[in-house]
Write a protein that binds this ligand. Structure first.
Ligand code: G3P
Length: 215
């Protein structure tokens, strides 16, 4: 499973990349707005830190507008993936951008049917938002399960990029299903690593070791 950070914070990406296991980054307009800096500048910096795919989202809603913006974003760096919303105009734009060799992450996916359409349009990644489905009492993980089965039935190469991850159990469940990518806030990355028994065990080992020194 690949791990992406879902953030536009250069500091967080730098810290995540230092672990050596960061596979990519996803951003969205809300995450970028938090940074209060120039979007393109942020993307340039992120692409320098992370060699893997970096998703940058369009803000136009017509096919023409998305194509214009997508082509321009793709010029920032070779690892930019253009993020396109799952609407009719977005499906059209996805097909055209893919024809030009630009990678596309189709975002704001909430159903298996939407994911099927994105795969047909040649999306490199599909981003189902599981946390937002859980928020409205729908089982987000069931959508991941259904998409996995559908993509496997037809050998679609589109990667399932689980998004809107809120806690470490989302990552465990997505990994059990066989999702290709989990994109998560930095906090979840940290939470995956932490275990109180690891901390307590390490403290005991070090205390016992210290007690043998100087004897
Ligand atoms: O980047 C898209 C997605 O991960 C957003 O997550 O927490 O705003 O629902 P969230």
């Amino acid at each position: 499973m690949k791990f992406f950070l879902d953030t536009a914070s250069v500091a967080e990406i730098r810290e995540g990349a230092a672990l050596g296991i960061l596979d990519g980054v996803t951003t969205n307009p809300s995450l970028v707005a938090k940074e209060k800096r120039d979007f393109r500048k942020i993307l340039e910096e992120i692409c320098e830190i992370c060699e893997g795919p970096v998703s940058a989202e369009v803000t136009e809603v017509t096919c023409e507008g998305m194509l214009r913006e997508g082509r321009s974003l793709a010029k920032i760096a070779g690892n930019i993936v253009v993020k396109i919303p799952l609407i009719k105009e977005g499906i059209k734009a996805c097909r055209i951008l893919r024809g030009e060799g630009i990678k596309v992450n189709v975002t704001l996916c909430f159903s298996p049917n939407q994911a099927l359409l994105a795969a047909k349009a040649g999306a490199s990644y599909i981003s189902p938002f599981i946390g937002r489905l859980d928020d409205i009492s729908q089982e987000g993980m069931q959508v991941i399960q259904d998409i996995r089965q559908i993509y496997d039935n037809y050998n679609f190469p589109t990667e399932i990029l689980v998004a809107s991850i809120r806690h470490p159990m989302h990552v465990v469940e997505a990994a059990k299903i066989g999702a290709d990518v989990a994109t998560m806030p930095f906090k979840v990355f940290d939470q995956m690593l932490a275990h109180p028994l690891t901390d307590a065990g390490l403290k005991k080992f070090l205390d016992d070791w210290k007690s043998t020194q100087g004897k």
